[in-house]
Design a binder for this molecule. Sequence first.
Ligand code: NAD
Length: 439
Amino acid sequence: MNGALTTLDRRDTDRVRTPLSEVQAQFDRAAQRLGLDSGTRQLLRSPLREHRVAVPVRMDDGSTTVFNGIRVQHNDARGPFKGGMRFHPSADADDVRALAMLMTWKCAVVDLPLGGAKGAIVCDPRSLSVAEQERLCRGWVRQMAQNLGPAIDVPAPDVMTSAQHMLWMLDEFETIFRAKAPAFITGKPVGLGGSPGRSEATGYGVVAVLLEALTRLGLEPKGATASIQGFGNVAQHAATRFVRSRGTLIAVSSWDAGDRQAYTFRKASGVDPGDLSQLTDRFGTINRLEAAARGYEVLPGSAWLEQEVDVLVPAALENQITAANAPRIHGRVRVIAEAANKPTTSDASLLLEERGVVVIPDIVANAGGVTCSYFEQVQGQSNYYWTREDVLRKIDSRMTSAFAAVHERAEREQVSLRDGAYLIAVERVAHACRERGWV
Ligand code: NAD
């Protein structure tokens, strides 16, 4: 699992790399090892298509505001494009390109018949009324309708977009095409085409692969200890399943928007996720005073990383484990499960590998979410909905087989799990492009 590095063994400090250059560098590393020809490399290094739209929205005061949006469709050789649509005031086209590419690899590594896409509209939904948000969603679909659809490109929620936004988008799409099309979009409300199990899917999937990794390291989940960064959707469900698997959760952290800083909440006897979630708002912020009253030590935001535990789960943001703070990770830590997207910089990854820490890469660890989205599409297409237990069981099965394949590849080629995952994903997509005669 922790084989020697083979290429690009460079490290000094965390050099400033954009998410796009990081994702492309990881792709180049896999392409090099797979011996891909230059045409295939060129094709996979960049998106197949990008759509830029300007969406005019009638505001509540009668004026018109034009919102700019981008939809990046990276690759659809293995199936329709799939990926979230985010609303963000500082959305950046290169970040969207990076995330679209990441979706292609994520879908491929868990063997979903889907490609990768991502989109963003530059706006701050917190400053828009509900009616303005609805008009923006509908306006975006009117601009993009010809380039979307269950067989073309299937959007989903992302940063600051919700099930309600997805439902308005679906309604507009169905109005334009005069037909019901529940598989057009995922992340819809349960009961209106959403899949049961979606809210748990990512966090549960993280623990499914974590348990596999612990077993392979000869560690029992019972008695294993963990510390998690974040306490939002993914972290809370991961915490619940980890504790249910008889692990002990020592600490979690959260961002306090009022104080503009993060805090770590520690309980050496074990965090009770159900209890702590009652002190947590819908943005994943834990109430400090109430937590302290219930016996939690309230520590600085970085303390989650320094705990003497077997497992770390970064489940908040990108670039949280860096070459600067990686040396502060306790020597006991054996596994890091990347629940967030890109939480570990490449320089930190190299340091951790040298220390023998197993990093379960994001494209595998957090793929439970997109796997559930795929199941939502399947259920929508057949207009038959499964039980929550069915959905979670099928997610477990996909995730554990994907992890087994990645682990086997990494062992065989003596590379890290991240390199193993990229080798599988890039190979599958390159194969599909070749078989279709694109390259
Ligand atoms: P969320 O908004 O529900 O929760 C984020 C949590 O992180 C909150 O508890 C917040 O307080 C905390 N946080 C933010 N900044 C922090 C900081 N500096 N220090 C400590 N805590 C901080 O988000 P989520 O849906 O749980 O997603 C978490 C991560 O997982 C994101 O990176 C997301 O892109 C990724 N992800 C999510 C899904 C999904 O299905 N939700 C799927 C794949 C990947």
